[in-house]
Design a protein around this ligand. Sequence first.
Ligand SMILES: NC(=O)c1ccc[n+]([C@@H]2O[C@H](COP(=O)([O-])OP(=O)(O)OC[C@H]3O[C@@H](n4cnc5c(N)ncnc54)[C@H](OP(=O)(O)O)[C@@H]3O)[C@@H](O)[C@H]2O)c1
Length: 257
Amino acid sequence: MSAAQIFDLTGQVALVTGASSGLGERFAEVLAANGADVVLVARRAERLAAVTERIKSGRRAISVAADVRDTAAMKRAFDAAEKQIGTVTILVNNAGIAHSARAIELKEEDWRRVLATNLDAVFFWAQEAARRMLAAGKGGSIVNIASVLGFSPDKGVAAYAAAKAGVIQLTKALALELSFKGVRVNAIAPGWITTEINRDYLASERGSAMKRQIPIGRFGEVRDLDGPLLLLVSDAGRYMTGTTVIADGGQLAALHV
Ligand SMILES: NC(=O)c1ccc[n+]([C@@H]2O[C@H](COP(=O)([O-])OP(=O)(O)OC[C@H]3O[C@@H](n4cnc5c(N)ncnc54)[C@H](OP(=O)(O)O)[C@@H]3O)[C@@H](O)[C@H]2O)c1
C-alpha cells in the first residue's frame, strides 16, 4: 500500500476541539488536507470561522463555537456535525489551557478551571464521541492531547501536570473498554511547541535555558505533530490503541523518564 493510501482520511469526519489557534488549528488543517471533513470547535467564534474558511478547500468544514466544559454545548456540537456532515469518526481532544502558580499559592478556581478544561472535558467529549460512533455502527479514532508534563512535572504547574497525567491514564482506560468495539484511543504528548499558550514564556530567559535541555536543540513547531497525528488517526495506526506517542525532541529521554 502506498503512503498516500495508508494515511488517506477520505470519508472520515474529524472533530477538533481548540481549533481556533495553535496545535488545534494545525490539526484541523492537516486532517482536511488528507481527506477528512472537519468540525472545528472553540470559544472564539470569529477566529474559528476564519480558520474554517481558510482550510475548507474541497472539504466540508464547519465551525461550532462551544466551551468544552459545557456538556450541553458539546452535545450541540456533535448534533451539528451529524446534521451537516455525518457521524464523527475522529475526535481530537486538543482544547487546553495553561496556568502557572506555585502549589501553595494556587487558587481553588484556577485548579478547577484547569482540571475541568484539560481533563474532565477530555473524558466527556471522548465518551460522547464513542457513544455516537457505536450507535451509528461505526468505529473510530480518538486522540487526546497530553503533554510531557504528564510524565515529568515541573515546578509551578501542579494542576496542568496532574490533568495531563490523568489524560495519559484515561487514554489507556478508555482503550481497554472501547478497542474491541472498533474505537481506538491514543494520546500525543508534545514537548514544547511554540504557540500562543507559551510564546512569551519560551522567549524568556528561562525558556532559553530550557531549550538547552532538548536533544534536538530547538523548540517544536506545530508541523512537528503532523506525522504523529496522521499515524494515530489513519489506517497506518490501525493496531495502535491505549498508547501515548511522545513528540518532544528527546526532552524526556534527557530527563531519564
Ligand atoms: N504548545 C505546547 O508546547 C504544548 C505542549 C504540550 C501540550 N500542549 C497541549 O496542546 C493543546 C493545544 O495547546 P496550544 O499550544 O495549541 O495552545 P493555544 O494556541 O492556546 O490553543 C488552545 C486552544 O484551546 C481552546 N480552548 C481553551 N479553553 C477552551 C474551552 N474552555 N473551550 C473550548 N476551547 C478552549 C482555545 O480556543 P478558544 O480560546 O477560542 O476557546 C485554543 O483554540 C492543549 O491541550 C495544550 O495543553 C501544548
